[in-house]
Design a protein around this ligand. Structure first.
Ligand SMILES: NC(=O)c1ccc[n+]([C@@H]2O[C@H](COP(=O)([O-])OP(=O)(O)OC[C@H]3O[C@@H](n4cnc5c(N)ncnc54)[C@H](OP(=O)(O)O)[C@@H]3O)[C@@H](O)[C@H]2O)c1
Length: 331
């Protein structure tokens, strides 16, 4: 009898009320149902991956579980006419890695409609250097552009994180004057290298504003922080400018007034990468392939093995990871 094929994965177990990660050889027949089986080349680390690996937020309902909300790889088997073996594909979101097994593994199986083709100019590594964080930064920039983003100072908060780093690199390449807000003054040179023209301390935006309107400052903003930082941004947007609300690294409350909407006509644009329609993802990946300088992407990225994830999951939730992390699933 032929031996059962196995693949290597980071598997989360629930033991004594705690989530425990272990690297294991998993039988292929345990992959979830789906039309396309992908040989995964690499995955990545996002803030949500940190929550899942740490067992925070009840994002995973059933264990044992293979986490990893993103992956890039090559189609191995396909029951869908859309894909054939050998196709280079990317998966982000759709709650893969949460409600079904994800990309911290050498193999994954998903619905064909969840996959997008990898742009030819991007390698699997580069696609995962971008990942959900970078795709979300691109969706935010597209949303700002659609809402009439004018030249001027564009603010990026949580700038040294994954989403923030990609937003800084993209917006500066597109010709905006990027103001990067960070809590890590020691990463000043890193942020300048990505294209930030000015760096401000995140404390300058963190306190709840005492007035409903402040001086008009931002032509637009990409916010990864939320909470009172987002409230402050609303009070400082220029007339009819917009902020793309992407994250909650600083809090999920929004103790704001409606005054900036009524007196300055500003817009609060919600950004969701998880259930975002496929056509919009394809357009965002096309834009990333065109507009994101690959030398800057390289500068913000490092590669780690699966075994590094438990520690990095803690680090990212503390805001301690710089830029983007590629996960080599074979290492
Ligand atoms: N809407 C979506 O579809 C979507 C998709 C991806 C991510 N997100 C969200 O976007 C955020 C960023 O994700 P990411 O993967 O880029 O995470 P990340 O790499 O950890 O970046 C978050 C950054 O926020 C800053 N930060 C951390 N804690 C903070 C605090 N208490 N107060 C103020 N700033 C703080 C830090 O930047 P500095 O050190 O530079 O200050 C940190 O690097 C997360 O909240 C994530 O859930 C949303």
């Amino acid at each position: 009898m032929a031996a059962m094929a196995t693949f290597r994965a980071l598997v989360l177990h629930e033991e004594g009320g705690k989530v425990v990660p272990r690297i294991e050889a998993v039988d292929e027949d345990r992959l979830p149902p789906g039309e396309v089986t992908v040989a995964v080349e690499c995955s990545t680390l996002n803030y949500k991956d940190g929550m899942i690996v740490q067992g925070i937020g009840r994002l995973v309902r059933s264990y044992p579980h293979v986490p990893g909300i993103d992956f890039a790889g090559t189609v191995e088997r396909s029951e869908s006419p859309e894909f054939v073996p050998g196709d280079a594909v990317i998966l982000t979101g759709w709650r893969v890695g949460e409600t079904q097994w994800g990309g911290y593994a050498e193999k994954a199986r998903v619905k064909a409609s969840y996959l997008v083709r990898r742009p030819e100019s991007l390698s699997a590594r580069q696609a995962m250097a971008i990942g959900t964080a970078g795709l979300t930064a691109m969706l935010a920039v597209i949303a700002l552009e659609r809402d009439g983003l004018h030249p001027g100072d564009v603010l990026v908060t949580g700038a040294a994180g994954g989403l923030g780093s990609v937003a800084v690199a993209l917006l500066s390449k597109l010709g905006y004057r990027v103001v990067a807000s960070t809590g890590r003054a020691e990463l000043r040179d890193y942020l300048s290298g990505l294209g930030a023209a000015e760096i401000i301390d995140r404390q300058a935006l963190a306190a709840k504003p005492s007035r409903p309107l402040d001086s008009e400052r931002w032509a637009g903003a990409v916010d990864a922080v939320g909470g009172t930082t987002l409230v402050t941004i609303l009070t400082q947007l220029k007339y009819r400018a917009s902020v793309a609300a992407c994250g909650l690294a600083g809090g999920s409350e929004l103790p704001a007034t409606v005054i900036p909407f009524l007196l300055r006509g500003v817009s609060l644009l919600g950004i969701d990468s998880v259930m975002c329609p496929r056509e919009e993802r394809i357009e965002a990946w096309r834009r990333l392939a065109n507009d994101l300088p690959l030398d800057r992407l390289e500068r913000m990225t490092r590669t780690v093995p699966l075994s590094a994830l438990p520690e990095l999951a803690q680090e990212i939730l503390k805001g301690g990871v710089r830029g983007r992390v590629i996960v080599d699933v074979a290492a």
